[in-house]
Design a protein around this ligand. Sequence first.
Ligand code: CAA
Length: 258
Amino acid sequence: TAAYETILVEQRGRVGWITLNRPNALNALNAQVSEEVAAAAEAFDADDGIGAIVVIGSEKAFAAGADIKEMESKTASEMRETDHFGAWDRFAAVRTPVIAAVSGYALGGGCELAMMCDIILAADTATFGQPEINLGVIPGMGGTQRLIRAVGSYKAAELILSGRLIKAEEAERIGLVSRVVPASDLLDEATTLATTIASKSLTSLRAAKATLDAAMQLSLAEGLAVEKREFAALFDTADQKEGMAAFREKRPPHFVHR
Ligand code: CAA
């Protein structure tokens, strides 16, 4: 694999792991991290041997936000011209299912990175929030748009306007988190979930993800049209024939991911 400096990358079975690794900065997301995470995710996405991707940080921090020290002296035109967080759009665009396994701080850009993933598994020690308002700015990696879709307008507004941090339990209650697990089980739970997902037909996983993403972006009528199209398209795949034959023959399916 490529020589990454701010992340660790590993394949285990059909699961690709991306571990954020800037321990001295609580995994603050600078330009190098965004480039490396995007490149690693794109490489996994191009590999049909990978059926799920897990993004994880350390016990203390998933990521404590965008790198404040890197941004502090920038001007508005610099932020615009360099599209400061642009690499994250590449990460958000991968077609393979992505699980965020969150322990410790997921603040600002860290919370936003988790929200770019399809599923957020949280350790009971996790803390989420959008504290950008305390820095004189606002969320800039999608937080204003994705949080409102996850938790609704009044919860999102309270969190973004006050900067209040919430623990995993509240995050789960308001719908920001898929599931909370004991911190000591986070790795095992992420492994089990990712392995389960990756065992399914990659073709149908990608169709499911595309349709779920469409629901975030489009009107109901447009989203239903996407679902109709994606559903029908799967009937030309080997895995649809195999999945349904296996059901009829009362045996487990052997997907070929095509
Ligand atoms: N950017 C840069 N460096 C950061 C950082 C960040 N977001 N978060 C933590 N660090 C650094 C600290 O500066 C510190 O470095 P030094 O040892 O060199 O001083 C190191 O990581 C350890 O952090 P702390 O000593 O602060 O650790 P703590 O346990 O006392 O506090 C914390 C933890 C409450 C998470 C605190 O670090 C904190 O408040 N971090 C910033 C959280 C934040 O505001 N995030 C939003 C960033 S802006 C953003 O994300 C914009 C966007 O929408 C994309």
